[in-house]
Ligand binder design. Structure first.
Ligand code: NAD
Ligand code: IPM
Ligand code: MN
Length: 368
């Protein structure tokens, strides 16, 4: 039987830097745990535009469709701000999500004990935090039609449309309920049913899926603005949050800061099962290409490394090995190793991206 395949799309800015550390971890699993992957690499985002004039070449799209898992670093950067909207780096990522139909984006926010002091919130608010945001990823205002910039009279109008079908809501709701069953058995659904028709439908469909298929899971509903407030006030009230594409984007960046840094948050974008039973999947950190620190060997690679842990769990059925990797990260943090984004106070010398990766590999060695 051939090895499972991984397509690496490191992308732009700090993407290739943090992905370099993931490659060390993949090599470690091959050498020390006998987990062999067929790894190939390609371009996405600005780096693809530089070579092909498009942020995602059709050949790369086809490879992504075939891969057992895609690992993505980050896309974007100021160099590409001048490009036409249709070829901006972010369009490459959005095309991957849409054409692979990765409708369920899992964004866990866990606060490692060693970082509880570092959050901008009080320690007892975040210590032990473990929530999962499930963000709908292939529809909503990101993709709804009509869209564009049109001229009306003597001024221009920017248009985007929030649009959700019942089946789109139902499938992401199921994915949230399934996750909740394996965690704290609670789902909070967030929308703005008080002002948006799409929110009314969202609430109705989530409730129906709950009542008919998952009555044993505790379900609550919250307006997304109040949800944002509650995430900062007392985040530990949540287990799984399910929400739409745009609200999920905002709420997950906010949740990132509960854990200490945007450089800590991984994500898995999952679609329907393929012929081999594995879900179509793309794994990427929640953060972007961080142009302000790119090229300086300063970025925190943990979000990208934890995204690979999610690949081990959700694509390769290696939950034990995923836990091993998560515990290695936890150990390194407990030892006080910090990249610059995680520095609390003076007198702590930050490690570089590559040093952080090396320390995590050492901790993996120590786990054997
Ligand atoms: P960003 O996430 O790139 O950076 C926000 C802040 O967080 C910056 O100060 C950055 O230095 C810091 N940061 C982010 N990741 C870090 C890490 N791993 N280690 C240490 N610090 C980290 O968001 P932005 O500045 O709003 O966007 C920059 C570019 O990235 C834009 O082009 C945007 O569209 C793109 N972006 C891409 C993705 C993605 O590829 N999935 C996600 C978000 C933003
Ligand atoms: C994210 C990013 C993307 C999004 C951009 C880069 C397309 O912010 O993955 O959170 O808005 O979904
Ligand atoms: Mn985002």
């Amino acid at each position: 039987m051939s090895n499972p395949s991984i397509l690496i799309l490191a992308g732009d800015g700090i993407g290739p830097e943090v992905m370099g550390e993931v490659k060390k971890i993949i090599t470690w699993y091959g050498d020390k745990r006998g987990l062999q992957f067929d790894v190939s690499e390609d371009l996405v985002g600005g780096s693809a535009y530089d070579v092909h004039g498009t942020p995602l070449h059709d050949d790369t799209m086809a490879k992504a469709q075939e891969a057992d898992a895609v690992l993505l670093g980050a896309v974007g950067g100021p160099k590409y701000d001048v490009l036409d909207f249709s070829v901006k780096p972010e369009r490459g990522l959005l095309r991957l999500r849409k054409e692979m139909d990765l409708y369920s984006n899992l964004r866990p926010a866990q606060c490692f004990d060693a970082l509880a002091d570092f959050s901008s919130l009080k320690k007892d608010v975040v210590a032990g935090l473990d929530i999962m945001i499930v963000r709908e990823l292939t529809s909503g205002i990101y993709f709804g039609e009509p869209r564009g910039i049109i001229t009306e009279g003597n001024e221009r109008v920017g248009i985007n449309t929030q649009r959700y079908t019942e089946s789109e809501i139902a499938r992401v709701a199921r994915s949230a309920f399934e996750l909740a069953k394996r965690r704290g058995n609670k789902v909070c659904s967030m929308e703005k049913a008080n002002v948006m028709e799409s929110g009314i439908l969202w609430r109705e469909v989530v409730q129906k899926i709950h009542d008919e298929e998952y009555p044993e899971v505790e379900l609550s509903h919250m307006y997304a603005d109040a949800g944002a407030m509650q995430l900062c006030r007392w985040p530990k009230q949540f287990d799984v949050i399910v929400t739409d594409n745009l609200f999920g984007d905002l709420l997950s960046d906010a949740a990132a800061m509960l854990t200490g840094s945007l450089g800590m948050l991984p994500s898995a974008s999952l679609g329907a099962p393929m012929a081999n039973g594995r879900p179509k999947a793309l794994y990427e950190p929640v953060h972007g290409s961080a142009p302000d620190i790119a090229g300086q060997n300063k970025a925190n690679p943990i979000a990208c490394i934890l995204s690979f842990a999610m690949a081990l769990r959700y694509s390769f059925d290696k939950g034990d090995e995923a836990t091993r990797l998560e515990q290695a990260v936890e150990k390194v943090l407990a030892d006080g190793v910090r990249t610059a984004d995680l520095l609390a106070g003076e007198g702590v010398t930050p490690v570089s991206t590559t040093e952080m990766g090396d320390k995590i590999v050492e901790a993996l060695d120590a786990s054997l």
